[in-house]
Design a protein around this ligand. Structure first.
Ligand code: NDP
Length: 268
């Protein structure tokens, strides 16, 4: 039986074992998938021990995605542009680092929520690790313009510079968000985790599709979107399931039915 895991700190809350168990059942394959709490300064030793015990691959969540990037000895294009790894596949001495977060977001938007990204104006709030991970997969869908607004302006400007070769990007401070509609707003800040809403002009939400990367509860961003006449509102649970689906496919070569799993989580 192949052995997989997710490493994080904290890790108790993780839904990944449940999601991967459902994928494996769908496909009729026997895998084990466990949660592993890695001590903050000991990601590499914990991951080495898992590999030495026969582990075939693992996911990585907060705060180890940069450590996982350093740990891998090969990287996919998405991992390289993100500078972070959320999925590792072991093949002998090859440690392949992949980042499926962006593909997860794009699949949730385009396949589960039927959102067409092409030629759309997209506003991303936040310029942290999650934003870096989703930019290339979003830009591959040729939006008309992808704006990055961040509390610390310099980080948004830097991301814009790093990704301008992939599409039409611009970066600025949250206070520069215009009071005028855009097509899609993605909240990739961690403000929701602290029950806060980034301070931006309300008018951008009018008739926009508003997506919060956070999941698990109604966020202030989702309340704000509703109060300001968004056309559709979603949390990031679908992104979580879709990034897991992409990891599962990398490991097993089999594409699971992610929508069925998402439905079971929504009903739980
Ligand atoms: P980081 O810590 O790397 O970045 C946090 C970002 O949020 C920074 O841009 C920071 O701005 C901004 N921010 C924090 N608090 C506020 C605030 N009160 N107002 C405005 N901006 C704020 O976090 P990540 O990028 O790793 O994660 C972001 C979110 O994405 C989290 O909620 C995480 O749970 C979620 N996520 C969801 C996934 C899913 O599968 N659904 C996958 C990955 C992430 P500044 O630069 O000024 O500090």
């Amino acid at each position: 039986m192949k052995r997989y895991a997710v490493f994080g700190n904290p890790i108790e809350h993780s839904l990944s074992p449940n999601i991967h168990a459902q994928f494996a059942e769908q496909m009729g394959i026997d895998i084990s998938y466990e949660k592993i709490l890695a001590p903050i300064d000991e990601f590499a030793t914990t991951a080495d021990a898992f590999i030495n015990q026969g582990g075939s691959g693992f996911n990585i969540t907060v705060p180890f995605k940069l450590d996982a990037f350093k740990f891998a000895n090969q990287h996919t294009a998405y991992a390289k542009t993100a500078g972070a790894v959320n999925t590792v596949k072991i093949n002998g001495s090859d440690i392949l680092g992949e980042n499926t977060d962006g593909v997860g977001l794009v699949r949730d938007l385009t396949q589960n929520l039927n959102v067409d990204l092409t030629n759309k104006t997209i506003l991303i709030l936040g310029a942290g690790g999650a934003t870096r991970g989703v930019l290339l997969p979003l830009l591959e869908h040729n939006p008309k313009r992808l704006m990055i607004a961040n509390r610390t302006t310099s980080k948004a400007v830097q991301l814009c510079k790093d990704f301008s070769k992939y599409g039409n990007t611009c970066g600025f401070g949250l206070e520069k968000v215009k009071d005028a509609p855009v097509d899609i707003i993605i909240n990739a800040t961690s403000a929701s985790l602290n029950n806060q809403m980034p301070d931006i002009a309300n008018g951008c939400a009018n008739d926009a599709i508003c997506y919060d990367l956070m999941y698990g509860k109604q966020s202030p961003f989702m309340d704000w979107a509703k109060a300001n006449s968004a056309s559709a509102i979603s949390d990031g649970l679908g992104m979580l399931v879709e990034q897991a689906g992409a990891s599962f496919e990398l490991w097993t070569g089999k594409k699971p039915n992610t929508q069925a799993v998402l439905q079971t989580l929504r009903l739980a």
